[in-house]
Design a protein around this ligand. Sequence first.
Ligand code: TXA
Ligand code: MG
Length: 327
Amino acid sequence: MILEFTKENIEFCAKKLKNGDIVSFPTETVYGLGANALNENAVKEIYRLKGRPSINPLIVHIYDINQIDEFCILESFQKEFLEKLKVFWPGPLSLVLPKKNIIPEIVSAGKPSVAIRMPKHEIALSLFKETNLPIAAPSANISGFLSPTTAYHVDEAFKKFDVPVLNGGSCNVGLESTVLSLLKETPIILRHGFITKEKIEKVLGIEIIDGTQNKNTLPKDILSPGMLLKHYSPHTPLYLTSEKLPKSKNAAYISFKNNEGEIQDNLKNKFKTIEFLTSNKETIAKNLFYILHKLDRMNFDYIVIDSCDNEGLGLAIMDRVTRATNK
Ligand code: TXA
Ligand code: MG
């Protein structure tokens, strides 16, 4: 059930959340599937609807930075980091901090930490404010499949569960938030997103660790279980241009170029459909899941996708692309 952004619908959804039901809402990154983070049964329901492994913790969403004190115990170095990093809030940055007992174990999948995020989206913030609760919310997709960037993506995936979806149109950022662990005195990136390592280092004035590079060497208490799981895949097999491609011509190609004149000769005339995402990384990020959703519904035998460099936002784009091609 898709609901437009009205005062009545915000009140309706807030009431649902307070009653322990599940509601989907837009954020600037992707749509979330939310529940009252303090209600164990409601959170359990999120795992069930998504088919999410119970080892993968959820992000707790807030609307006011002062809520952090209710849910986390911060040491002085963590307070200093937060003071600087709050320039990114509201925005696409989730911070992993030591949790208080009020956050149930099911939210943090048994970890002593919790990821906190304040999204930059009027609908999400109005909803949270109306509930006055912390909202646990993963991306609103069936576990392992493409993240949703429109209300229709969510409605399609969760129709049979009758989940209300607040409609905020297309998400501006289009890729999930950056996840940054502040548990140790050197912060560690656990998931790349729109807020890049360079931007964080500039604000903190120190070098931080890219934990996605050597996942297996990260201490277990820091590691993000989501880093190790298969993710973001369309139902249609997805290939990189560098891979050996199947013979069929019933295929689609997602190009990171501006037009046909710029695509490689060996790829021309090979596909029924070509989608051009343009070479601007912000535009690629914003449209990546949208295009994958669209092509995934068109019954192609396979889809091929370009790569971009690993600079800045390129790291987040290629993280999602390579995980989606993981057949
Ligand atoms: O942009 C986003 O972050 C979206 C919107 C809805 O806010 N949410 C989202 O949630 O992407 P989800 O559940 O799909 O991804 C959360 C990631 C997972 O990789 C999870 O393992 C990691 O955050 N995570 C959550 N809590 C953690 C913790 N305490 N320690 C380490 N990693 C954690
Ligand atoms: Mg997700």
